[in-house]
Design a binder for this molecule. Structure first.
Ligand SMILES: [Zn+2]
Length: 220
């Protein structure tokens, strides 16, 4: 096996409806809200952890390709399929070589941050999501922190093309059929929490592979 090249997938992730990726409880400030979003420890800016993005992309392509087993709901661990090849496998007997994809954390675009600041518009909002008491029909509001629509994050993905005796043909194919398709499926789904309540719709803009413009494959 030989590493032929590392492709760079870049673009903007545009927030269409409020985005909530939860922070861990140990980062909650005293007097802060119950459901904060994750923020960068140094800048305090919201960001999209690479692990969240990768996990969602993988889950969607597993659904699409029929790899979800109803009994366990775990990621595919066959070590043989195209999803395991791209996203990695816990199967020690996997003959597919190293995980091809690296999904970096996505940070807010500095230009967008400045635009919001110049317009005196906050990039975060608190939204009350109600649960309805079944007996009294009284709504019980629960504040959720979200990134507001219009905010953009930088997509930063690396993808290794490895020659497994085929001159890298399979990996070139999976860049489109697995990686870009995962992104297309994500546009039809949501990122973060509360997707069924309308949160987390995103779209991709200015997508490029190695600096060349690409379109996402069609999904239906
Ligand atoms: Zn698999």
């Amino acid at each position: 096996m030989k590493l032929l090249k590392t492709k760079k997938i870049a673009g903007d992730i545009v927030v269409i409806t409020g985005l909530h990726i939860g922070g861990s409880s140990d980062t909650i400030e005293i007097g802060g809200m119950d459901n904060p979003i994750i923020k960068h420890p140094v800048t305090s800016d919201p960001y999209i952890p690479g692990s969240s993005l990768k996990g969602k992309m993988r889950s969607l392509i597993e659904w699409e390709t029929g790899k979800v087993i109803a009994s366990d709901g775990k990621p595919c661990s066959c070590g043989k399929c195209e999803v395991c090849r791209v996203y990695g496998s816990s199967n020690k007997d996997s003959q597919q070589g190293p995980t091809r994809i690296i999904v970096r954390d996505s940070f807010i675009l500095e230009t967008i941050k400045k635009d919001f600041l110049d317009n005196n518009t906050p990039i975060l909002e608190e939204k009350n999501e109600n649960t309805i008491n079944r007996i009294t029909a009284v709504a019980n509001p629960r504040p959720i922190e979200r990134v507001v629509p219009g905010v953009k994050f930088r997509l930063d993905i690396l993808f290794k093309i490895i020659d497994t005796g085929d001159g890298g043909v399979a990996d070139e194919k999976y860049l489109n059929e697995v990686v870009l398709k995962s992104l297309a499926l994500l546009e039809l789904d949501y990122l973060g929490g509360g997707g069924s309540r309308g949160n987390g719709k995103i779209k991709f803009e200015n997508l490029q592979v190695d600096g060349l413009k690409v379109e996402l494959p069609k999904v239906d």
